[in-house]
Design a protein around this ligand. Structure first.
Ligand code: PGA
Length: 243
């Protein structure tokens, strides 16, 4: 199975980080596809520093409209022009900090696809939802309403309670949720759903990556904190099973 290891730098990173990070990635010979999603201002320089066959660059959000009076937002086409080929959409921090709804995420996914970007759409339950036994139901609802009629891209399953906490679900819980997501995708998208990569995200580190990436239907990882350090990010990528 194709593996994708994506780094979500969130609101971290500086221009001076690009060169050493890109050098480390260039010198690594790794099987998975690497994607680095830095803050918007770094995208163009990062894309210029990293040969496309060594890694791709992604945004962390885009607006649903192609242009207009949306202060502080970024259009998908401009991300693409800056050198991004991917974009993370519907991250739980966007859903939480900016009140993004499933319908808004679906509109952004459509805009990304129209701009030629590959969307990485995030879903995942909160700790309270998991404790209440609602995890699969919540993820089902997010998938049903956050994806447009035609969807080509990646899904990232990121339990909110695992993000930045050092806690991860059990292997059985990851396996069960990824199987659930696969079932929803194949039902909703008969032509492409069986092949859509499903990444796991939430406290992926060099020490737990091999176990997580070896689980069935885990097609890679979306890595936050550990992606800021090139050695850790590349160690995670090196843990991916060779397809
Ligand atoms: P984390 O973040 O790896 O720091 O838990 C993952 C994410 O939010 O994508």
């Amino acid at each position: 199975m194709r593996q994708v290891i994506a780094g979500n730098w969130k609101m971290n990173g500086k221009f001076s980080d690009i060169e050493p990070f890109a050098e480390a990635v260039k010198n690594a010979d790794l099987a998975p596809e690497l994607v680095i999603c830095p803050p918007f201002p770094l995208i163009q320089s990062f894309a210029a520093a990293l040969p496309r066959d060594k890694g791709a660059i992604g945004g962390q959000d885009c607006h649903a409209s192609p242009a207009g009076a949306h202060t502080g937002d970024v259009a998908a086409a401009l991300l693409a022009e800056a050198g991004a080929t991917y974009v993370i959409l519907g991250h739980s921090e966007r859903r939480e900090d900016h009140g993004e709804t499933n319908a808004e995420v679906a509109a952004k996914v459509l805009a990304a696809l129209q701009a030629g970007l590959v969307p990485i759409v995030c879903v995942g339950e909160t700790g309270m939802e998991r404790d209440a036994g609602e995890a699969e139901h919540v993820v089902h609802t997010q998938l049903t309403h956050s994806l447009p009629e035609r969807f080509i891209g990646l899904i990232a399953y990121e339990p909110v309670w695992a993000i930045g906490t050092g806690r991860t679900p059990s292997e059985a819980d990851v396996t069960a949720m990824h199987a659930h997501i696969r079932a929803v995708l194949t039902e909703k998208f008969p032509a492409s759903g069986a092949k859509t990569p499903i990444l796991y995200g939430g406290s992926v580190k060099p020490g737990n990556a091999a176990a997580l990436l070896a689980l069935p239907e885990v097609g890679g990882a979306l890595v936050g904190g550990a992606s800021l350090n090139a050695a850790d990010f590349l160690a995670i990528a090196a843990s991916a099973p060779r397809g």
